[in-house]
Ligand binder design. Sequence first.
Ligand code: TYM
Length: 336
Amino acid sequence: MTELLNNKKVILSGVQPSGNLTIGHLTGALSQWRQMQEEYDCFYMIADLHSLTIRQEAKVLREKTLDTLAMYIACGINPDISTLFVQSHNPYHSQLQWILNCYTGFGECSKMTQFKDKSQSHSDNINVGLFAYPILQAADILLYQADLVPVGEDQKQHLELTRNIAQRFNHYYSDTFKVPEPFIPKVGAKIMALQEPTKKMSKTDVNEKNTIFLTDTNEQIINKIKRSVTDSGADIRISDEKPGITNLITLYSIASEKTLKEVEETFVGSNYGDLKKAVGEKIVEYISPIRNSFFDLKKNKDYLMQIITTGAEKSSNVAFKTLRKVQKKVGLLPIK
Ligand code: TYM
């Protein structure tokens, strides 16, 4: 197994290609992924099968899959040291999922907050895939014997389910899966929507003013921050009663690499207008090199295709070893 060959711990994570990536994906996931590349053996996946749980236009999904890959690289994920692959290019994810479906309770999946939320927001299409979504996610992680899974706050519950499934299986059949730990950053694990700062910023939000996309122009960024919803009062501090201001302080902290406390100190005596102007400018500095690099990479489709072709093979080799072990334990007959 890769982990044993080079003694590095293993990381797996992924993003759904269901839209353009946002600054939340960068702060909650991709910036951690980038930092972890040297120390860990990293598998970063584009979770296209997960995206099918919501209706997608085929052509757009294909385009967003490559865009997501280009964005990984633009955000500093190095394809020479990390394995980048598309989930559907590796058949073992779906195969392990089927087996794990049979070791997961109906009640466990019904409890998932994301399932409940998406059932409400897509009430015309509450499909079985949406229900079984976290079991596929468990398969993604467990196939690689991942030690750590860097994700934003909203994925915590799915990670808890993954751990339960792994522990249950190990208990029943003897040690098979590594029980993974979530890795959730202290700052930036949940960036909130700019117009409704009590809900998460999302790539699929119908109101684009809620979201800073990594592809936004400088002008769009400045305008979205300028029009963001703030709170009553005038002081600039982190507080549960001030979700709008807290969100802006968090964004400034990440973009400027200052602590939350340092940011609060920077803005003592300033007004909301000053804060918004400064946040907009810092985000522009932070995002524009990523955006430029993304648009350059997007032009080079051959290069992107070559990365995921290699990734499909590498990820399949690792995943197959775990799948084979599982198939044996549950009693599936091999052909040889
Ligand atoms: P997805 O595509 O919704 O989001 C990808 C990653 O970005 C984080 N994130 C955020 N972090 C902070 N603030 C936000 N506003 C924000 N929005 C998104 C998410 O927490 C996540 O880490 N189910 C997963 C994809 C997946 C996966 C996996 C992840 C499939 N298999 C295996 C880890 C391991 C999802 O829908 O992420």
